[in-house]
Design a protein around this ligand. Structure first.
Ligand code: MSP
Length: 637
């Protein structure tokens, strides 16, 4: 089997700035390509911009610019956006480039010479938004179903491609190749459309009406219809017919599009290729729409969401994670910023980031910063390792079926299981009991599985996962294959949170009363005037023992540590102003005393459910701890 894949996005119209919809398709391709690379495939990834046609000419006019200058400017915005979202295409094609025009002209001439193109009179309803004619039947209440605008009636002489002549071939081809168009629902939609006779495709526009396009090689009174021009990008970029890239990758071409442009890709394009004697692409992969309150996010509906501002707020990798995790390929998804925050705080900060942080912190504390060697494995160790191995092994199958959201969830399940494994195996107890072999084994297994998960998540979050792996001493060169890189003896680095928690309402400035007052450990000193209290007053306070199981610094708050504590029957998060006196690794494993029935409150936007006790000495703070091992959650009276 070919271990190669060629991935393409649609080439985007430049009548608008990029929005989240464009970002999604491009990120999906980038992620899939990185997964295939991890599996050892040779890959080629193309994106670009669609710069001719009515729509662009009007947009340029509205901006008071010449079409070419306007195209240069907006195309550059797309091109420059991709690296900031950690997307790295191999090529970026513009339809105004000569290398593209040359191939469009060659295909047109080829079809014309074969009698596949003819000249005729035509009248029809034309939607400028879609840049195409509509039949009566396709209109909904006389309006374009996509743009909800009334099309213009246009009559003119034009050139037509004999698309109808390829209908039988196309139906047979789709039937013989079940995964030519996928998911299945779109394949069915195309086949049902093909139940009706196919009309020939109008492939020209009179230059007098629309000068902005590629001149037909056989009649310079006309320019090429923008869809005919645009689709050819998939072969012009890899330099059809003789380019090495074309020869190497065309047979494994995978187009990725949303359902809005199914018809040109599933019908026009295969027929054009067939007419020109070029084999069809391998697969058309069709995803759904990102909606905002049930409406497609689009420039024409005026509800666009700028990808860059979200990436700036949450980080490019977190944004990628959100898009991939939240949408099932093929189905629509609703966008909400609340969901981004939720994914960020729960999946990334809490599950994955915390895991990396607590393991590296413990290896630093207990093993002199070196990944320890494992000794005899217990059932719990083997169960966790097997769970990870299973997820690693199913990657090809999930990738092949485009189940990326499910796959990410499988990885996160392993991260959560590893967090639980650490809580259950309590390495801090093994350290207290000087059971070094068991301590080493627990830390080795949890580090190994965590590095494995980081590697599986690399395609989704290239920068953050590289950082996580670097914390375990694994460089990008070490991490080329799925099983490479991890080794006992490597040096770990600990301390910096991978995903500093997002404050709940990021756009709202931190209010005065939310600032770290209570937890900053600035107690009011008892004064002679302080009234004495009754025992009943003291008894209202529930003091309990708690084990600190994880700790990290809170970004932009020098004094705060965020800790996860085990209270016996429950786990809680507390925030305390002890960071000037304690590093995260100093407190992990300690048994402290907390006020357990204090109302939760937010400190710098992070909820704190409890307060720890500390003494305020001349030389700083000292945590109140128990002097013999005590189980968590025990009352302190
Ligand atoms: N220029 C044509 C494509 C020519 S390809 C030979 C075009 N451009 S577009 O700028 O309108 O981009 C459409 C594509 O952008 C969709 O197919 C999809 O990939 C992406 N999306 C735009 N809005 C979207 C959503 N709301 N949701 C998901 N993806 C969407 O059509």
């Amino acid at each position: 089997m070919e271990r190669r894949i060629y991935l393409t996005t649609p080439i985007y119209y430049i009548n608008a700035r990029p929005h989240i919809g464009h970002a999604y398709t491009t990120i999906v391709c980038d992620v899939i390509r990185r997964f295939y690379k991890l599996l050892g495939y040779e890959t080629y990834f193309l994106t670009g911009t669609d710069e001719h046609g009515d729509k662009i000419m009007r947009a340029a006019k509205a901006a008071g610019r010449e079409p070419q200058a306007y195209a240069d400017e907006i195309s550059a915005i797309f091109r420059n956006l991709w690296p900031t979202l950690h997307i790295s295409p191999d090529d970026f094609i513009r339809t105004t480039e000569e290398r593209h025009k040359k191939v469009v002209r060659a295909i047109l001439q080829n079809l014309y010479d074969k009698g596949e193109i003819y000249h005729a009179h035509y009248g029809g309803f034309y939607c400028t938004g879609c840049e195409r004619f509509y039949t009566d039947k396709e209109l909904v209440n006389g309006k374009c179903p996509d743009h909800l605008t009334e099309p213009e009636w246009i009559e003119e002489e034009n050139y037509f491609f004999r698309m109808s002549a390829h209908q039988d071939w196309l139906v047979n081809y789709i039937n013989a190749h079940p995964d030519f168009i996928r998911p299945e629902r779109y394949r069915k939609e195309v086949l049902s459309f093909l139940n009706e006779p196919l009309k020939d495709l109008c492939i020209s526009r009179p230059r007098s009406r629309l000068p902005w396009g590629i001149t037909l090689p056989f009649d310079d009174n006309y320019v090429t219809y923008v869809w005919f021009d645009a689709l050819v990008n998939y072969i012009s970029a890899p330099a059809y017919p003789d380019g090495e890239i074309f020869k190497k990758f065309w047979q494994v071409a995978n187009h990725f599009i949303a359902k809005d442009i199914l018809k040109p890709h599933a019908i026009y394009w295969p027929c054009m290729l067939h007419g020109a004697g070029i084999p069809p692409y391998q697969r058309l992969n069709v995803h759904g729409w990102w909606n905002l309150e049930k409406h497609k996010i689009s420039k024409s509906l005026g509800n666009v969401i700028e990808p860059l501002s979200l990436a700036e707020k949450y980080g490019a990798d977190s944004f990628r994670y959100f898009l991939l995790r939240e949408m099932a390929f093929g189905l629509d998804a609703d966008f909400s910023e609340e969901n981004i925050r939720h994914r960020f705080n729960s999946d990334l900060a809490n599950d994955f980031g915390n895991l990396v942080n607590r393991i590296t912190t413990m290896i630093k504390k207990y093993c002199d910063s070196m990944i320890p060697v494992e000794e005899t494995l217990t059932d719990a160790d083997c169960t966790l390792l097997n769970q990870y191995n299973k997820v690693k092994d199913i990657l090809p199958e999930y990738l092949e079926n485009l189940r990326l959201n499910d796959y990410i969830e499988r990885i996160m399940t392993v991260c959560r299981a590893t967090n639980k494994y650490i809580n259950d195996q309590a390495p801090w107890d093994q350290a207290a009991r000087k059971n070094i072999e068991r301590l080493n084994t627990i830390l080795n297994i949890s580090a190994r599985v965590t590095c494995g998960c980081a590697k599986l998540l690399l395609p989704v979050m290239p920068e953050k996962c590289a950082e996580a792996l670097a914390n375990f001493g694994i460089t990008e060169q070490d991490a080329t294959a799925l099983d490479s890189g991890f080794a006992a003896g490597r040096h770990v680095q600990a301390g910096k949170a991978l995903f500093p928690r997002v404050i709940q309402e990021p756009s709202i400035p931190v209010k005065e009363e939310h600032k770290e007052t209570v937890m900053e450990n600035k107690p009011t000193p008892p004064t002679p005037e302080s009234p004495l209290i009754e025992y009943e007053d003291f008894a209202k306070m529930q003091l309990k023992t708690a084990h600190i199981i994880a700790a990290e610094c809170v970004p932009n708050a020098d004094k705060l540590l965020r800790m996860e504590i085990d209270m016996g029957t429950e786990k809680r998060q507390i925030v305390a102003g002890i960071a000037t006196d304690y590093k995260p690794e100093d407190v992990i494993g300690k048994t402290i005393i907390v006020v357990a029935n204090l109302k939760p409150r937010k400190i710098r936007g992070i909820e704190s459910s409890g307060m720890l006790l500390a003494a305020h000495g001349e030389k700083g703070l000292s945590l109140v701890i128990v002097d013999r091992p005590v189980e968590p959650g025990k009352p302190v009276t």
